[in-house]
Design a protein around this ligand. Sequence first.
Ligand SMILES: C[C@@](CO)(OP(=O)(O)O)[C@H](O)COP(=O)(O)OP(=O)(O)OC[C@H]1O[C@@H](n2ccc(N)nc2=O)[C@H](O)[C@@H]1O
Ligand SMILES: Nc1ncnc2c1ncn2[C@@H]1O[C@H](COP(=O)(O)OP(=O)(O)O)[C@@H](O)[C@H]1O
Length: 268
Amino acid sequence: MKKYKAYAKVNIFLKITGKRDNYHEIISRFMRVDNLYDELSFVSKSELDAKMNEFKIIGDFDCEVSQNTIYKAYVALKEYTKSASLEKLMQTHAIKVEKNIPAFAGLGGGSSDAATYLKMCNGVLDLGLSLNELATIGLKVGADVPFFIYGYDSANVGGIGEIVEPFEEELLKFDVYTPDVKISTPKVYTAYRENFYEPVDGFRAQELKELNSKDVLKSLSATEANDLFAPALQEYPQLKKHYRQGYFFSGSGSSFFKVQEVNSGEEK
Ligand SMILES: C[C@@](CO)(OP(=O)(O)O)[C@H](O)COP(=O)(O)OP(=O)(O)OC[C@H]1O[C@@H](n2ccc(N)nc2=O)[C@H](O)[C@@H]1O
Ligand SMILES: Nc1ncnc2c1ncn2[C@@H]1O[C@H](COP(=O)(O)OP(=O)(O)O)[C@@H](O)[C@H]1O
């Protein structure tokens, strides 16, 4: 059975540019983490399970199937395509997820799984949907899903996550660690809105969009790079003891990352 990789991402920078209803408009550099991914595959159900005709996810999750981003992606795809072959596929097959991306980590785990599932269905069922269509469907599941649909190594992400512009640069390797602090994304954004709201101006946003990721990380502190870091520290003070010099905060957290040092002996 073919396995599909659902990569993690880090936010090199994340700046809020405004509000849109109860969401926030952002400008953020997303970069794929090449050595951290979940693996998804379709597996045939037993005859008995097929008769149950339930959406089956095989994997280690702390949420109900109905709350899983993969199931939400299925519902959105079925709504968009009205595809009988999709229903048939999920009647006869389960989706197996080998989870490696920690949840609540600011690494986009749920969103990446949802995007990968949408691309798997599009391929296996030959639905003929464009990446733009899949990104539109995916946005219904989560703001981070469009980035994973396009599959760029590095991109400038805007809007609430629906604008994804590829950024040509080398894919960096990261050291990532995820303290055991379960962070609620909505709670961090709300804390930002209430206590830290200071949207970045257009000129500065454009400057950041044009800087390569290494130079961004060399020129900014963790707090300057990610507008959600200060509100996350306010809501989850225990994060403070996990902070290490030279590391940056990804998304709404709790993960920290830094660019891996390339030893002189290693190939460039
Ligand atoms: C913070 C970021 C940074 O990449 O990612 P993670 O830290 O989750 O990886 C994203 O903006 C999160 O994307 P995602 O995790 O898909 O968020 P969603 O499920 O769509 O939204 C969860 C909640 O976060 C808030 N939210 C999310 C995105 C956004 N641009 N503005 C917001 O205010 C809203 O309160 C929303 O109800
Ligand atoms: N496929 C999934 N993978 C991981 N978490 C998921 C998934 N579907 C739903 N969730 C739920 O979403 C929350 C964490 O989402 P996740 O995307 O992993 O974190 P973050 O948004 O911080 O990157 C948890 O409540 C988890 O139970």
